[in-house]
Design a protein. Structure first.
Length: 245
């Protein structure tokens, strides 16, 4: 895992990926009751964590990138207990949080695929299983790499608004499960350009399901949007909800 990509775009993250209220609507169907304890993995600048706190869910949140966490901390009111923000490696969350403590763990924003091997992803899933209470749920959102790889998709939709222009491209090597994610960010107010290239693990649905089962999760459901639409072959998002029984 590397912080260079996210550190370079952290100041502009709110313009690249503005808060999506449909995430909260989706999670309110997943969260078991008002007051359920939530862990937000890969929280970025904390928009979702703040929203969950507002709706009455005590939320702990972390990100691997310290710049993201600094921005989230600065946005938090001084007299507020939640969200609790910190910098952490997602593979080590069971060393930081108590066993069977959380009712829900969420991992959105295509965060999971920054872990570059089955072993690293399994380590994260096992750590998550450990900190979830019985009947607790894990919800992950990534991209549907089955669709991306099968259709040889080489670019994601352009993000273009009054603040930024963000281009995202994939370079796929057939001999490797890793892909190169190339991005170019143009900051319109200064005309500054930020380019990055990072490796991602283009994990397919069947492999993710296999690792979830190996970690002990059951009741695995896949969706193609935050509107709870079933995952289709052409769905770009992939959302999975599973449970610790």
């Amino acid at each position: 895992m590397s912080t260079e990509f996210y550190t370079s775009i952290a100041k502009y993250y709110q313009h690249i990926f503005p808060f999506n209220p449909s995430q909260v609507d989706f999670l309110r169907h997943v969260l078991p009751y008002n007051g359920a304890k939530v862990l937000d993995v890969g929280c970025a600048i904390g928009d979702l964590s703040f929203a969950l706190t507002h709706f009455g869910f005590p939320t702990w949140a972390f990100d691997f990138d310290p710049q993201m966490i600094e921005i989230a901390q600065n946005a938090k009111q001084e007299d507020s207990m939640f969200p609790v923000f910190e910098q952490l490696d997602m593979r080590l969350l069971d060393e930081r949080y108590p066993e069977s403590y959380f009712n829900t763990v969420i991992c959105f924003g295509n965060t999971l695929v920054h872990l570059l091997s089955d072993n690293d992803i399994l380590r994260f899933l096992q750590a998550t299983f450990k900190v979830l209470a019985p009947e607790g749920k894990l919800t992950i959102q990534i991209l549907n790499y089955q669709y991306i790889l099968d259709q040889q998709i080489q670019s994601l939709p352009l993000i273009d608004n009054e603040h930024i222009r963000f281009e995202r491209n994939y370079r796929v090597t057939e001999s490797s499960q890793l892909i190169d994610f190339d991005s170019r960010l143009n900051v319109k107010s200064t005309n500054m350009e930020i380019t990055n290239s990072v490796k991602l693990y283009a994990i397919r649905q069947n492999k993710l399901q296999e690792l979830l089962l190996e970690a002990g999760f059951q009741s695995i459901e896949f969706f193609g949007s935050y509107n709870c639409q079933p995952l289709a072959e052409t769905s770009l998002p992939l959302i999975v909800v599973c449970q610790k029984i």
